[in-house]
Every structure is written in C-alpha cells, then in structure tokens.
Ligand binder design. Structure first.
Ligand code: ASP
Ligand code: MG
Length: 416
C-alpha cells in the first residue's frame, strides 16, 4: 500500500482539487491511503477567527469568508442537484458554529475542537468529488484511528493504540482507496486533538509506519526539496536524493518543507519518502531514503522571528553545570525548543522562537537567579554542509549577534 499526502496548496481551489483527482487516478489500481490538509490557508483563517473570538472582537466577517470560500469551491465542483454534499457542508458549518460557542475549560482544547474543521471540511469535499469522478474511496475519520494523549495542540501519538486502529480499519488488499484528514486525532476520551501546525505530513508518516507502506508521497507546490526557500534565495538547487538523516536535520534547523516529526517513523521502517510537485506530477522530485552521500550541496535555512536571551549570573559565580541544569529544567518544563546556544564564564545565551506566553513565564521563573537580557526580531541563518566562500558572502554587511561553526554546520544570528 502507498500513502499520498496532499497539502493545503494542492487543494486550494476547484482546479487544484481536479488536478489532485487526476494524480490519484494516474497511480494505478492498487489501494492508496490519501491524507488531505485543510484547503488553502483555511487553518490560518480558523486561527484568526479564534483569536478574534477570544479577544471578544467581531469574527463574523472572517467566518463568513471561510464559509464562502468552501461553498464556492463546491459550487465549481458539483452541480447544485448534488444536494448531499451541500447538506453535509452546511452541517459542518453548523457544527463549527457550535464548537465556537461552547464553553471550554482550556483554550488549547478549544483550539483543537475548532481548528480541526479545516480538515473535516476539506476531506468531506474531496471525498464527494472523488466519488463523483468514479474513484471509489472510503472516507475515514482520523479521530477514530490516530490516538493521542491529551496534550492539546500537540497531541503525542499513542503508537500501540493507533497501530491497532489502523489495522482494524484498513484492509491493505482492499480494492478501494482510503481518504482521511491530516493533522488531527483524538485522545482516549474522544476529544479532538491536533498534532501541531503543518502536522499532516506527520499523519501520513504515522499511517505509513502502521501499514508498513511501500512509500509516502508528499505533493507540494515546489519541485522537491530545495537547498533553500526560493523566496529567500535566488539560485536554489533541488536535491534528487537525500538521506533520512540529512532531511531530518534540515527540518530541525527550520526548513519548512516537511514537518519535523515526519522522518523518524519512516526511517525506522526504511519507508521511502518522495516529495513531488503537484504542478508537474511526472517530474522526479526528491527521494528521501536510506542512502549515503559523498558530498551534498550546502543547504541554507532562514528562520525569522528569533529572540536572543542571555542569562547572566549576579554573584561573581560562573555559569557551571548546576546553573545550566536550573535553566534547562525550565526549558523542558515549558516545552521550549532551543534553536542555538552558547555559554561563557558569566552568561549563557539561547536563541529561541520569539517569546510567547510560555517564554515569559520561564523568564519570570529565572529572574531571581539571573539577570536576563533579550533582543527580539532576529533571524537565524543555518548553512548545512557549508563552504567558507558561501558563508562569507552571506555574512557580508550583517550585524551578527551570535555565530557558531561545527565541522558540518554554520549558524549565525543576525539583526533584521
Ligand atoms: N492544516 C494544518 C496546517 O495548516 C495542517 C497541515 O496543513 O499540515 O497547519
Ligand atoms: Mg500545509
């Protein structure tokens, strides 16, 4: 069985959905598991609705646009005589309204109940469209299958329960395809959970791992994995092949092509991951697998909205292991990821994504022990497999606050 994942851009309008259908139909007869994201930027729209609602501001216009966007895709895909899909869509909008107006004991829980509608709506539309196009496929609710703990907004997968559910719901020798939502699952109490933004890639990897799939294909609007984001860098090159290790490291440093959790389950089972362009489906793309590289073109990863925080000791003591362990204990407790760090005699500096509420609590927790300084609005640039000439070109004219070089990687934190 093969797994295919289609992201928001690949189902962003009626023509994109038709193109997606053509891709599925060109894959031959054997059964596929197809994972779909929310259409276009609708997850962002739902986040905006939620933010306005939680700030007691008027969100109706954003919600109306959200509904119009999906309705107009349906109008372009279906005849108005196809009542069922319009009824289903209407029902989903009613459910969304209810979700928005329920009382919740926790805002992260509310987030997951509301945000999941992006995927619930997109799969409902795509399923009906595939059906209309003569492609038999069973619509699975990922919440019956992807079982997580109750960490809202970042559900941790319960692998045993999930594997059991996958195997009881999916027949690998089935004559029809399966279609399901990316990004969402449920805990043991039946609450909807999300897996973290852009989590549909991870969903595809979870299914592939549980099914011992032959391969996973992620369809994107780029020709494969490039050595830099083309919005940031002019002369990008595509990697034809990448090892699991290289791909995982790229996601760690912030390359946004694939969700960081995607690689591991695939690498463990040696399931190849193909990243291909839905605009040019017959082109090669990038194959990520169990391979060794001799040399690899440098990869450039630009991570904006970074913040540099320095913890300085006050009492002429030094930054020693016990001080570091106090700091790291809190980073772990608040689940804050450190993107780069450096230690000196009296100060320890970390680069993290720009502070949110959690970071502010962490800083407050450490104020009694350290003087704390921070700079905001920074950019972290990582060059994997760097060449010195490239690094000095990138560095030219930049104000560098922190810089590090290892044998393979170069990183600098600059002002913007
Ligand atoms: N729709 C979700 C998001 O935009 C998940 C995904 O697209 O992978 O983050
Ligand atoms: Mg996406």
């Amino acid at each position: 069985m093969k797994v295919h994942k289609f992201g928001g851009a690949s189902v962003c309008d009626a023509n994109a959905v038709r193109n997606m259908r053509d891709i599925i139909q060109s894959q031959g007869k054997s059964s596929l598991l197809v994972v779909i994201s929310a259409m276009g930027k609708s997850t962002n729209a739902l986040e905006r609705i939620l933010a306005l609602k939680n700030a007691d501001q008027d969100y109706k216009h954003v919600l109306t646009n959200f509904k119009k966007y999906h309705t107009s895709i349906c109008e372009r895909l279906f005849n108005s005589s196809e009542r069922l899909i319009f009824q289903k869509l209407e029902q989903l909008f009613v459910d969304l309204d209810q979700s928005l107006n329920k009382q919740y004991d926790n805002t992260d829980k509310m987030y997951d109940q509301v945000i999941s509608f992006g995927e619930l709506i997109s799969t409902t539309i795509v399923h009906a469209f595939l059906h209309q196009s003569g492609t038999a496929c069973e619509h699975l609710d990922a919440r019956d299958i992807i079982i997580t703990d109750s960490t809202f907004r970042e559900g941790k997968v319960r692998w045993n329960a999930t594997e059991k559910a996958v195997n009881s719901r999916i027949d690998r020798d089935s004559s029809c395809h399966y279609l399901t939502q990316g990004f969402i699952g449920a805990d043991q109490y039946g609450n909807t959970l999300t897996l973290g933004r852009e989590g549909s890639d991870f969903t595809a990897a979870i299914f592939a791992s549980c099914l011992d799939a032959e391969s996973v294909t992620i369809w994107k609007d780029v020709p494969g994995i490039l050595n830099a984001d083309p919005d940031h860098w002019k002369q990008t090159v595509k990697y034809d092949n990448l090892s699991y290790g290289e791909a995982a490291e790229m996601t760690y440093y912030g390359a946004s092509v694939i969700h960081p959790k995607t690689i591991r389950p695939l690498a463990v089972k040696k399931i190849p991951l193909l990243v291909k362009s839905f605009k040019d489906p017959s082109a090669e793309g990038t194959r990520i697998g169990d391979i060794r590289h001799d040399t690899l073109k440098p990869a450039l990863i630009f991570k904006k909205n970074q913040c540099l925080i320095s913890f300085q000791v006050r009492d002429f003591s030094f930054i020693n292991e016990s001080k570091l362990s106090i700091i790291f204990h809190l980073f772990e407790e608040f689940n804050i990821h450190v993107n780069m760090m450096q230690s000196s005699a009296i100060s320890f500096s970390v680069c993290v994504d720009s502070p949110d509420k959690k970071m502010k609590s962490l800083i407050n927790g450490l104020r009694s022990e350290f003087d704390i300084f921070y700079n905001d609005h920074l950019e972290l640039i990582t060059v994997k497999n760097y060449e010195n000439e490239l690094v000095s070109n990138i560095r030219k004219g930049k104000i560098v606050l922190l810089e590090q070089r290892t044998r393979k990687n170069y990183q600098m934190l600059i002002t913007t």
